[in-house]
Design a protein around this ligand. Structure first.
Ligand SMILES: [Mg+2]
Length: 260
């Protein structure tokens, strides 16, 4: 009987000590909080937020569709304030960086922009196709591209205008195919991207090449011509990884699709 009481006494001390320990480091409780809130209620969107963070940091790669459970979350993210706010942070950081550059003014300083989800937004299309939860359909997507109605990403347009005012030339490198040149040019101009040094599209001979390899080789060609890539912005990691990536890269938000 004494042994039982002693054990109970010791157990009480251990519990009290561990509680005290947690009280002294209150943030640890928050860090370790599981996917339930006060009273065991599910915290909506928590796991999808973690998934999006994994995607944006390139920890989750090679995925084909947004998880079904996150379709609503991604839709709210894209159409609500957060997508725009996240874009603003990226564009502001890029502007500050560009303003601080020592530019030579010889016309060789360039900034590489991707097109889809970096310059032009396909959100009107994706809003009708599950925000990336539907399997990608190239026929339907290309039909949308050919309408030439993709709006500008507003923060990207501001960055573009800032770069031009600083004397930096813009080069677009896109995975869109060469036969989409005319519609892409018209679309870009209609929404405010009026001028550029080059618009590089994928040739049919390059159709089997991954974006990382294709874009690296195009940047290599630019540098071989004497251009200096002072900045590079894209919504896919494949825009920013590989070789000749530029002096600084900027990852635009995009939780809707993954391109390797
Ligand atoms: Mg893109």
């Amino acid at each position: 009987m004494m042994e039982v009481l002693l054990l109970f006494f010791l157990a009480t001390i251990i519990v009290a000590t561990s509680n005290g320990y947690h009280v002294e480091i209150p943030y640890q409780i928050h860090l370790l909080r599981p996917q339930t809130g006060a009273g065991g209620h599910h915290v909506h969107g928590l796991s999808c937020l973690s998934w999006r963070l994994g995607v944006e940091t390139n920890n989750i790669i090679g995925w084909t569709t947004v998880p079904q459970a996150c379709e609503g979350y991604v839709g709210h993210y894209m159409l609500g304030h957060q997508y725009r706010k996240d874009w603003k942070v990226v564009a502001n950081a890029a502007c500050l960086y560009a303003q601080g550059l020592n530019l030579t003014g010889d016309g060789k300083d360039i900034w590489v922009f991707d097109v889809d989800e970096t310059t032009l937004s396909n959100l009107p299309y994706y809003a009708d196709h599950g925000f990336g939860a539907e399997v990608y359909n190239s026929t339907l997507f290309n039909a949308w591209v050919l309408t030439g109605k993709a709006p500008a990403l507003p923060e990207s347009l501001k960055l573009y205008q800032k770069l031009l005012s600083l004397g930096i030339k813009v080069v677009f490198i896109t995975g869109r195919s060469e036969d989409q040149r005319n519609v892409t040019e018209t679309n870009l101009k209609n929404v405010g991207f009026h001028t550029w040094k080059k618009l590089i599209l994928k040739q049919s001979s390059e159709s089997g090449t991954t974006a990382v390899v294709y874009k690296s080789s195009k940047r290599k060609e630019l540098e071989a011509k004497g251009y200096r890539i002072v900045g590079n912005i894209g919504d896919q990691w494949s825009d920013l990884l590989g070789t000749h990536v530029g002096n600084r890269t900027f990852k635009a938000p995009d939780p809707m699709y993954y391109i390797s």
